[in-house]
Write a protein that binds this ligand. Structure first.
Ligand code: GTP
Ligand code: MG
Length: 367
């Protein structure tokens, strides 16, 4: 990367640019506000001002290796994403699942205050991610993150395989995530659940009873048929995966969604993947950072902690992160801020680079 301008760097550190110019001058560098500083100068000046800034590549940053031993790893609940073609009944199915959970009298059941919900089936938790932004998922996958453990592919029995069905299959394959097929709307007169099975064979999604790898369940979200069967199937599929994570570590995971709440400020819904997140933790999420002021669970209650596979809202961030951003807790709040600043700097550099390319193109266009 080609450094940031003096002005941008000053803004990042929250100081006056004249202060930076002075320090540069003392190093024998005469630069104006709009001139670009090299990475070395950035790190040098930041260091001189008691701030550790290191310009790192995204590859370097995300190549964090967590050395969890087998003994550190504890079973964790599955994270399930519901996907499928428009109007095939994804939301209805989640509603039916929620209803079942509540009706079963399980502690908490599920609710959907946030973009994720938690169901308890006979003491077993399943975390559902609702209608995820495809962009967020693509961003997470690009960073090698596995967010979902199981994909529930909803296919309407009266409509069959459609473009977004195929898209979801491709997504699952790219992410190497097993697919459980929910053949929905079986109550409809034109329903042909076996035809759905036949159609899916072409895309490599083959029922177990036909010698394939995929579990299929016939359901009607509307009439609440087959819902328990579907939940049991999801648990069965999850058990095969032997999902584990280290809960005794500083938390990390991904931002599922985020927004600016009028009363509460920036709110990020995150999925904890490793460690345990607690109020008071120093956290960085994308280019945002801060101390966790409060955690809010999917039931809308304040939570004392969030463990692996738990979705939770974080309050107390400096700004609104982007869905798909990584979040991470640091022992020291200064480290969280440092990483946020590095990421912000990198984002600016990328934007600046794009801009300079553009003006060059403009120039050539004019010649
Ligand atoms: P998008 O979010 O727009 O992609 O749709 P969706 O997949 O979430 O579908 P949604 O749950 O909104 O359902 C679409 C329509 O299908 C609604 O009118 C539902 O009432 C209807 N529907 C959903 N499930 C069933 C079912 O099992 N049987 C019948 N007969 N209708 C259903
Ligand atoms: Mg929907």
């Amino acid at each position: 990367p080609q450094g940031a301008t003096v002005g941008e760097f000053a803004e990042l550190l929250g100081v006056n640019s004249s202060e930076i110019i002075k320090k540069l001058f003392m190093l024998g560098q005469v630069l104006t506000v709009t001139q670009t500083m090299t990475d070395e100068l950035i790190e040098l000046i930041a260091d001189d001002m008691g701030r550790k800034v290191r310009v790192v590549s995204p590859e370097e940053e995300y190549a964090v290796v967590y050395n969890d031993t087998e003994a550190d790893l504890k079973p964790r609940p599955p994270v399930v994403t519901v996907m499928g073609h428009v109007d095939h009944g994804k939301t209805s199915l989640l509603d039916a699942i929620r209803h079942t959970g509540v009706a079963a009298g399980e502690a908490g059941g599920i609710t959907q205050h946030i973009g994720a919900s938690v169901v308890n089936i006979n003491g077993r938790q399943i975390t559902f991610i609702d209608t995820p932004g495809h962009e967020a998922f693509t961003a997470m996958r690009a960073r090698g993150a596995q967010v979902t453990d199981v994909i529930v592919l909803v296919v309407a029995a009266d409509d069959g395989v459609m473009p977004q069905t195929i898209e979801a299959i491709n997504h699952a394959k790219a992410a190497k995530v097993p697919i459980v097929v929910a053949v929905n709307k079986i109550d409809k007169p034109g329903a042909q659940p076996d035809r759905v099975r036949q159609e899916l064979v072409e895309y490599g999604v083959i029922p177990e009873e036909w010698g394939g790898q995929n579990m299929f369940v016939n359901v009607s979200a509307k009439q609440k048929l087959g819902i328990d069967d579907l939940l049991e199937t999801i648990i069965l599929q999850a058990d095969v995966l032997e999902l584990k994570a280290n809960p005794d570590a500083l938390a990390s995971g991904f931002v599922i969604e985020a927004n600016l709440d009028k009363g509460r400020g920036p709110v990020a819904t995150v999925l904890v993947q490793r460690g345990t997140l607690k109020p008071g933790d120093a956290v960085v999420a994308g280019t945002s950072h801060g101390r966790v002021r409060a955690l809010v669970n999917p039931r809308g209650e304040h939570a004392k902690e969030a463990r692996p596979s738990d979705p939770v809202e974080i309050l107390g961030l400096s700004s609104v992160p982007t869905a798909g951003d990584e979040f991470r807790v640091f022992e020291d709040e200064r480290d969280a801020r440092k990483l946020a600043e590095e990421r912000a700097l990198r984002a600016r550099l990328a934007a600046q680079e794009a801009k300079s390319h553009m003006s060059l193109d403009d120039l050539f266009n004019r010649i």
